[in-house]
Write a protein that binds this ligand. Structure first.
Ligand code: AMP
Length: 436
């Protein structure tokens, strides 16, 4: 199947060809015709499946061909609204919209918090067709009267499950009240919780349901491996792997912001260019780090889970878990950064004996064991070290979280909004804290 077969116009097929895409991904093949037909859609697809293009391309086509709805205002006010959970994702979706829409006379802008509001107001005043936004800052604009959402024909909720995890449900409901009732609605989510179903029921009208990846399935093309290592040797092992295996673009995950900073500095000392990206960094610092990483100036990007959301680097070859995440689902999200859109990738986890419980939880979720590879000079057998969490990693971890200790505490302190699915968030406080 080609992009031409999906009913896309010449400008858009040219744009995807220019990106080097030869054929649509599964979600694109299924979703594009549905969206072009004007129907509502509930898309179940994980990150890395090409879902951004799946909604952006038909949205652009509908906007470029569409006639303004009779009675709607004729001046340029937004006709499509894409809501995303994080600033990074908003910026990335905004890039895709601009990129794919190059040949069309449509204007777009991206709105998120953490940066000055005035340039955004200027953009909105000039007039845009497509708005990509995080909910918090969008509401700020709505409250100030600097955005008019009365002309929205297409609403897209991207990574809706993440938005709910981050406590945005009230903000989303507030935004919905500002939209006209007659519109096309598209909702994308990697998981189907009851909350997502409730949200979908309230928004979507007779939606087409499309699902392309089983829930919680680790990207199939990603080779996963565990390297057992003493905690104190992790950094040495990482530097060795990077040097000896000549890894050039490595995304490394740590559990805490402080850990990310420290590791990044240590890698620099080892002669490996590195930058940290996390919720305490300013938006421009995050953007610079990401740009440096994309162009190859920065060899290693050290990130916390939240900061990594929405990072889209085509064909990212290596992901390293310097520490395993406390929430097993985050492992799946992390390794989803590599092996994107069918490319090969590999995910390496440096696992110390105290993380065995976390490893077991992850393997239970994946329903398979992750192969172990020992690295010479770092030989360590898990069996040699008593397992404190013996008798069920998940139970052990939950106990730790309830005591508010260890990684759980650190996650809570990560105000950039690390979603901890097992914790009932104080939704209002968290929503404010993590406002885009
Ligand atoms: P997404 O799931 O939207 O984050 O996309 C994941 C990655 O796949 C991005 O780097 C896209 O540029 C890339 N991609 C999207 N569609 C295709 C396609 N049809 N062929 C190859 N790569 C694609």
């Amino acid at each position: 199947m080609s992009f031409n077969d999906l009913g896309l116009c010449a400008e858009l097929t040219r744009a995807v060809t220019a990106k080097g895409y030869t054929q649509p991904t599964q979600i694109q093949a299924k979703a594009i015709p549905v969206i072009l037909s004007g129907r509502d859609l509930m898309g179940g697809s994980q990150t890395g499946t090409g879902k951004t293009a799946a909604f952006t391309l038909p949205m652009l086509q509908r906007l470029s061909k569409g006639q303004p709805v009779p009675g709607r205002k004729t001046r340029r006010i937004p006709r499509a609204l894409i809501l995303t959970p994080t600033r990074e994702l908003a910026a990335q979706v905004g890039d895709s919209v601009r990129n794919y829409g190059k040949g069309l006379k449509l204007y777009s802008t991206v709105i998120f918090g953490g940066v000055g509001i005035n340039p955004q107001i200027d953009q909105l005043r000039k007039g845009v067709d497509i708005l990509v936004a995080t909910p918090g800052r969008l509401l700020d604009h709505a409250n100030q009267g600097t955005v008019d959402l009365s002309g929205i024909d297409i609403l897209i909720l991207d990574e809706a499950d993440r938005m709910l995890d981050m406590g945005f449900i009230h903000d989303i409901r507030r935004v919905l009240k500002l939209l006209p009732s007659k519109r096309q609605n598209l909702l994308f989510s990697a998981t189907y919780s009851n909350e997502i179903k409730d949200l979908a029921d309230g928004i979507l009208h007779k939606p087409e349901l499309i699902e392309v990846a089983r829930r919680n399935t680790a990207a199939e093309k990603v080779t996963q491996v565990v390297h057992p290592v003493a905690k104190s040797d992790k950094r040495k092992m990482l530097s060795r792997l990077i040097h000896e295996r000549e890894w050039n673009q490595v995304l490394v995950f740590t559990r805490t912001k402080h850990g990310a900073n420290r590791l990044s500095k240590q890698l620099e000392t080892d002669g490996i260019t590195s930058m940290a990206i996390h919720g305490n960094k300013s938006q421009s610092a995050r953007t610079n780090a990401l740009a440096g990483f994309k162009t190859g100036k920065v060899r290693v990007l050290v990130a916390t889970d939240v900061a990594s959301r929405g990072i889209d680097i085509s064909c990212l070859p290596y992901v390293v878990n310097f520490e395993l995440p406390n929430v097993p689902e985050d492992y799946v999200h992390r390794i989803g950064r590599t092996g994107r859109a069918g490319e090969e990738g590999s995910a390496h986890s440096l696992v110390s004996s105290d993380e065995r419980g976390l490893l077991r939880d992850i393997e239970r979720l994946l329903k398979k064991e992750i192969p172990t590879e020992k690295i010479e000079g770092f030989e360590m057998n898990f069996q040699d070290v008593p397992d404190k969490n013996q008798g069920g990693g998940r139970r052990g971890n939950r106990g730790q979280r309830q005591r508010g200790g260890g990684g759980g505490q650190n996650r809570r302190n990560d105000r950039s909004g690390a979603p901890n699915k097992r914790r009932r968030p104080n939704r209002r406080r968290q929503a404010t804290a993590s406002r885009g």
